[in-house]
Structures are given as C-alpha cells and as structure tokens.
Design a protein around this ligand. Structure first.
Ligand code: ADP
Ligand code: MG
Length: 454
C-alpha cells in the first residue's frame, strides 16, 4: 500500500470512531509524509492540528496505522504550513508504480496560491446522478450569472458526498471564464484560525478585512464551523454585507441546512438562507456504479462487471469511501501486474469495511424500530400524531440520519412523505433528549444492539 492509500484507510476508520465535527476539523489536509524505521510522519496543516492530534487522537491513529501496516510502531506530526506541495515533493518513488502515483499526487496537490483552489476538482469531472443533479445544475448557472441569480448559493449534505469538489469546481470554472475575477476559497475553520491568530498576536485587523472584502467570489467550505464563534461570526457578517451590497457572489457548504445549524446568529442565518439552498444526498446504487466505472476509466482501469457490482453494492456510504476502494483495487492490481479477481477484491474491500461499523439498510432500521415498539411496520408511516407512533418515528428518523447518513429530505420522504423539516426536527429533538434522558439512552442502546445483530 502506498502512503496515500494507507492514510485513506486510516482516515476511513477514524471517521467512524469520532464525531463528524472533530473529524472535519482535525483530520482535514493531513497526509502521511513518510514512513521510516517504523515511524510514520503525519503532515498536518497547522500547529493547532498538530497539538490536537498528539493530545487527543494519537492512540487511535496508531491503532489504525498498525491495523493497516503492522510494521509501523509510532507516529510523529509535522506542520507543513499549508504548503501541501511540499508533501508530494518530499516523497521519493521507489518503483514505477509509485512514480506514476506520485505524478498524480503532485498534480492533485498543486493548489493555486491566490485562490486556494485545487485544479483537480472541476465541473467536467463531477459526476451527476439524481442525488446531486440539482446542486450541480445550480452550480453551473451560478458560474454563468455571477452575483445575480442565486446569491448566496448554499450546498449541504453529509461527509464525502462532493461538497468540497463542487465548491472548487465552481471557483475553477469562474477563473477559467473570467481570469480577471478575484475568487477566494477558504474553509471556515481556516477563516476562524486566521482571525484567532491575528487577535492573539494583537495584529491590526485591516489586512484581514481587506483580503476578504476585496473579492468577486467568496467560497466558504464547511461554514457550520463558524457557528457559535461569536467574534468570527460578527466579523464575517460585516464582510458578508460589504460584499453583498456590491453584488459579489457567495458560495457556501455545510453539513446541514442553515436553519439547522443550532448556534448560528440569527442575522447571519437569515442571510445564508436568503439565496438558494441545495442538498446533495447519498448516491443510489446505479450512481455508485457509474461513479466507479468513470473513476476507473479516468485512471485507465476497467473493472469487470462482477467486481464493479460488488464494490458498488458493498460501499454505500459515500463517494470518498468509494474512491478509496477504487484506488485500493487499482494499486493492488498494479502490484500484481493484472486486474484483481472478485475474491481478491473482496479481501481488499474487507479492509475498508470491516473496521467501520456494519452497514445497515433503511429497511433494517424501520423493521427494528417498529418491532422494538410493538408497532406494525405500517405504524411508522401512519399520518398520525399519536404519542405511541410519534416517538418511534422520531427515533427511526434519528437512526436514519445518524447511522444510515441519509439526508433530511430523503428521510422525510421515506417516512411517509414528510417535509425535510420534520426529519430535522426529529433528529434535533432526539439528540437533545439523549443528553438528558438516561432511559432513552438505554432504549437507543437496545435498539442498536438489535439492529447490528440482525
Ligand atoms: P465532502 O466535501 O462533501 O465531504 P468531497 O467533495 O471531499 O466531499 O468528496 C469526496 C471525494 O469524492 C472527492 O475525492 C471527490 O472528488 C469525490 N466526489 C464526490 N462527489 C463526486 C462526483 N459527483 N463526481 C466525482 N467525484 C466526486
Ligand atoms: Mg468537504
């Protein structure tokens, strides 16, 4: 396994062991820089990340590293000051296979310094299915009608479903059509960190303000991270107004819709809601199959029908995982000098899936919850406000979100054609109650035990 594949597997496992927010915050832009004498050097983007990984996640990282590469004994962390290109440069290919990988990596890492855009994410290589076609169509029209049509444009959806890809693709397309436009991409995490460091160092704020108020297109990824950070929200609110008044375009992404980001300042929330909101949901089986084939073709690898079907039906959760599986199979095939056969693919894929939670289906969730509460399965779909039905339905919705990673519109639709706000409300309500009600915690535990046994 090369370093990238190894790190992808490690991330794949850690992602399921820690909260989404933590994963997104601390594992973004990390990579294995090298492995020498049994010690893996993990490249991290800043000192914050280094400290957190060392203090909070070191054990988990080591455990997952060893599970995938038994000869690794320990790990250290190195800040690469946002210079991701260095990561690729320090790597030295040992054989032909690795060299081709490396050239690819180098291209992937060449992030534009002015815009922070990654050229590998384009609209051309963004695959469209019914799960993301609305978001994609909106993105395309934005690039053609800057600041006018949908402003701000707000994309939301679960982890690994293409939000970051789409945001970069919008930026890259605009730069291509209008090289003179100033486009700036940033994660809200980095925005917050920049601001914190200015405040801590008692530097004047004007350069920071200048930087963000002097653009034509401002793209902010994972904007939920701003929520509850009063000073950053405040600063951003002014930036937003200043740009908005001058007709500048905004593009945001988040893991949930603006109205569901709990601690967002009301004024900012209503600004974010004011444009167009688009949801990216989980790709259905056919879309996963199409993605697999296209991604394979892009890497000049062709999957046999049975292998493609096996992977697309096993890896359900998101596109990032699907890509991990594709890369793993291709890397192993290159080492063998021939395509893997189905049994070999099964073994390889096992590595990715066995460590993460068992995958549950919608039907398993619905069946388990209705049996647990002694309802007929139809009960969950009933259009009723009876208490005996309402609570189980909310629990089913909660599990569809938390364990199945369904989008809110999808969950609402599945459980009796309800609006996405119903699903959202159910999820929030149960999440809150789980913090206060030990009885509910116990029920949830029992339901999950049944669910994962079945
Ligand atoms: P998110 O930001 O939603 O967590 P990413 O944009 O990082 O997800 O996507 C994860 C991976 O899946 C990336 O490598 C991305 O290129 C790929 N990907 C996601 N959606 C698509 C798509 N529609 N077409 C092609 N690749 C995709
Ligand atoms: Mg992202």
């Amino acid at each position: 396994m090369n370093h990238d594949d190894l790190w992808q597997s490690v991330l794949g496992e850690i992602e399921f062991e820690i909260s989404r927010a933590n994963f997104a915050t601390w594992f973004k832009h990390t990579a294995i820089q090298n492995v020498e004498g049994g010690i893996a050097v993990i490249a991290v983007p800043n000192a914050f990340a280094k400290e957190w990984l060392e203090k909070k996640f070191h054990k988990q990282i080591i455990k997952c590293l060893r599970a995938n590469a038994p000869d690794i004994r320990n790990a250290t962390y190195a800040v690469t000051a946002g210079e991701q290109t260095q990561i690729a440069q320090v790597k030295k290919g040992v054989d032909r296979v690795e060299q081709t990988d490396e050239q690819l990596e180098f291209k992937e890492f060449s992030i534009d310094r002015d815009t922070n855009l990654n050229p590998k994410y384009t609209l051309e290589n963004f695959i469209i299915g019914s799960f993301n076609e609305f978001a994609h169509a909106a993105a395309v029209s934005i690039t053609k009608n800057l600041g006018m049509l949908y402003n701000p444009f707000f994309v939301y959806g679960g982890v690994g479903l293409g939000k970051t890809h789409l945001l970069h693709a919008i930026g890259n397309q605009i730069k291509k059509d209008h090289p003179e436009y100033k486009v700036l991409y940033i994660t809200s995490e980095r925005y917050v960190n920049e601001l914190i460091s200015i405040i801590q160092n008692r530097e004047p704020l004007y350069a920071f303000k200048e930087k963000y108020r002097n653009v034509d297109v401002l793209i902010i990824d994972d904007v939920q991270f701003l929520a509850g950070k009063a000073k950053s929200e405040e600063e951003f609110f002014h930036t937003f107004n200043s740009l908005y008044e001058r007709g500048k375009q905004f593009v945001f992404s988040s893991d949930k819709p603006p109205q569901a980001i709990p601690s967002f300042n009301e004024r900012l929330r209503s600004r974010l809601e004011a444009g167009l909101t688009a949801d990216i949901s989980e790709p259905e089986y056919e879309a996963r199959l199409a993605i697999l084939k296209l991604k394979g073709a892009q890497k000049e690898y062709s999957f046999s029908e049975e292998v493609a079907e096996y992977i697309a039906s096993t890896i359900q959760r998101n596109i990032r995982e699907l890509e991990g599986a594709i890369n793993l199979v291709i890397a192993k095939s290159k080492l063998k000098g021939r395509p893997l056969v189905l049994d070999e693919v099964k073994v390889a894929i096992e590595q990715i899936t066995s460590s993460s939670k068992k995958i549950v289906t919608i039907n398993q969730i619905i069946k388990t919850v209705s049996e647990f509460y002694d309802l007929g399965e139809a009960g969950l779909f009933e259009r009723s406000r009876r208490r005996e039905v309402v609570k189980p339905r909310q629990i089913a919705m909660y599990l569809l979100r938390e364990d199945y990673h369904g989008s809110y519109p999808f969950i609402g639709q599945k459980l009796g054609g309800r609006d996405h706000t119903t699903a959202l409300h159910a999820y929030d309500k149960i999440s809150r109650e789980l913090k206060q009600d030990p009885k509910l915690v116990e029920e949830m535990k029992q339901i999950r035990t049944k669910l994962y046994e079945s």
